[in-house]
Design a protein around this ligand. Structure first.
Ligand code: ADP
Ligand code: MG
Length: 333
């Protein structure tokens, strides 16, 4: 069987069934945004790694070296944010073709350093190798008070599903890049959202401190995929109301111009790197109002967790609908 038939997520399940059996009970391996290892004084270490490959995750001529450096560490930090943790240390392994200018590499590190400094993340090491195309891999180590960790497995039937920011801008930016569309001001803003995502580290830590927040994940593959990860780990279902997905004015405008289905892009395109959380319905109003005071933006209510395991439904104008696309999977196209 080819891996394209299996798909990325079945491949990961296959790995987990082989390697997760013998882990000590208090260590959590494959299955969440980070691995969790108990550390000192009721704290745990969080460890995550992500790989970015030229012509798979980015096109060299379509992103500045500085933005690529920023994005590469941002997408990794986002997985620490997704557990509610505080990032501390990083290692970077990098594969480079011989014809890369040293100035390009300096600019890459400028972008990476900007975000690392801002979030007090220290670079401790890595590895360097020749490669026929650019390959970038970060490992991030963070920590969190163990009782505050928010896992994909903690959703409960009846929870309100919320996201912390607009959805679909990054996906629209990618469409503009891939379809070589005119670079209007709006187009440039959307490309910027795709090239420089901001990891929701502070939002994640705040949400982790709230008992009423149950499951949490970052939106990397699109909410269609990411809510399925929560459903699988929490043995539940979900209903998402497409009319409630928060869309930016930029996405709205460009979708009208090109006749795109903005809600579909928002649900499936991914790389928004905001957080998707499930919240106890009794606590939602209180948590949303405190969150609003702190971050000057709401927790956007987009759906509800159900007790129907693995059943994901979408509503449009209050009627059930099917999406044309699915969230992102590296092997299933
Ligand atoms: P994310 O999008 O949050 O980075 P992924 O979908 O990449 O998460 O991974 C989901 C889970 O599978 C994580 O726990 C990750 O560590 C694990 N995983 C993914 N690929 C591999 C692999 N090649 N070997 C071991 N574990 C993996
Ligand atoms: Mg993640």
């Amino acid at each position: 069987m080819k891996i394209s038939e299996l798909g990325e997520f079945a491949f990961i399940r296959r790995l987990a069934s082989r390697f997760s059996q013998d882990l000590p009970k208090d260590i959590q391996g494959i299955g969440d945004d980070c691995a969790i290892i108990p550390y000192l004084d009721h704290t745990s270490l969080l460890i995550t790694t992500d790989l970015l490959i030229e012509n798979v995750h980015f096109i060299r001529s379509k992103i500045s070296a500085q933005d690529l450096g920023y994005k590469s560490i941002a997408v990794n930090l986002s997985d620490i944010a997704a557990m509610g943790g505080c990032p501390l240390y990083t290692l970077i392994s990098i594969g480079l073709p011989s014809d890369i200018d040293v100035e390009w590499i300096d600019h890459f590190f400028d972008g990476m350093e900007e975000l690392a400094k801002q979030e007090n993340v220290l670079l401790l090491g890595g590895d360097t190798t020749f490669a026929s195309e650019i390959a970038i891999n970060f490992v991030i180590i963070g920590k969190i008070e163990t009782s505050l960790i928010k896992k994909r497995s903690q959703a409960k039937a009846g929870d309100i599903i919320c996201c912390t920011n607009n959805l679909g801008d990054s996906g629209a930016g990618l469409k503009i890049i891939l379809e070589d569309l005119p670079l209007t001001d709006i187009a440039k803003q959307l490309i910027q959202k795709h090239n420089r995502p901001f990891p929701a580290i502070h939002e994640g830590q705040w949400l982790a401190s709230q008992n009423g927040v149950h499951a949490m994940i970052d939106v990397s593959d699109g909410i269609d995929s990411d809510i399925r990860h929560i459903m699988e780990q929490s043995h539940c279902g979900a209903v998402i109301d497409l009319d409630r997905l928060p869309l930016s004015a930029d996405l709205d405008q460009i979708a009208k111009l090109y006749n795109w289905n903005a809600a579909e892009i928002a649900a499936t395109a991914g790389e928004d790197y905001c957080l998707l959380v499930t919240i106890d319905p009794i606590e939602y109003e209180k948590i949303n109002s405190l969150y609003n005071q702190t971050f000057k933006k709401p927790l956007f209510k987009i759906g509800q967790i159900t007790d129907q395991a693995n059943k994901l439904s979408y509503l449009k104008d209050s009627f059930p609908v099917q999406l044309q696309n699915r969230g992102f999977d590296h092997f299933k196209k």
